[in-house]
Write a protein that binds this ligand. Sequence first.
Ligand SMILES: C[S@@+](CC[C@H](N)C(=O)[O-])C[C@H]1O[C@@H](n2cnc3c(N)ncnc32)[C@H](O)[C@@H]1O
Length: 226
Amino acid sequence: MQIVKRSLFTTKDGSHSIMVEELRESFHSQNGSLQESEHTFIKSGLSFLFDTFRPPKIELFEVGFGTGLNALLSYLWAVKDKVHVAYTGIEAFPLENELWQSLNYSKLIDANSYDAFSQMHRSDWNTPIALHEFFSFEKTHGDLVQHAYKKSYNLVYFDAFAPSVQPELWTDAIFKNLYDTMLNPAVLVTYSAAGQPRRAMTKAGFWLDEIRGAAGKREMTRALKM
Ligand SMILES: C[S@@+](CC[C@H](N)C(=O)[O-])C[C@H]1O[C@@H](n2cnc3c(N)ncnc32)[C@H](O)[C@@H]1O
């Protein structure tokens, strides 16, 4: 995959997103980046995992750090709920400085969060930093297909481009690898409800929950290892 031209646009809830021109693919739902992230990743993933299994610490892995919106919302959740979260995000095509600096997430959510957001983007690759006593952050510059896991996770945000655009990231091998590396119990969430990824997840050993998707989407997928 090659990514050359990306531009910023505003989704229906007023929050920004990024359009990849050559793929005609956006980072988030046109119905609202913020509402999608909050529903799909925070409510259905992070809060669900904590409320259901009460793990002492949340080891979180995100496929596609991208704009950092999911990382920022997870940071705010950890600080507010006083739950330890260790975030690791993998990213193959980091955003240019001008793009992430123009994003309006901190302005919309909580202006005080800009410092943490900025530190996430400015931090060195493959170097964990403590952003708060309840939140550590690390980003890995690399391709998920070749990624060798060094840690085990009990929460995965699978936020790659759609299976139709990037089928090589939604394969049996990727989900088997993730399943094997995950702790037990553990939760994986993704906005996609497509058949192929669901079959791959089931084959890997996950139990699938069919749950309502974010605005404009009938369904999303939550996969459980337990
Ligand atoms: C749908 S966007 C979501 C990004 C991010 N979660 C957000 O909310 O902004 C998908 C992200 O996956 C990244 N990506 C694409 N292919 C990848 C790969 N092979 N390995 C790691 N990241 C990849 C893209 O650059 C992009 O940032």
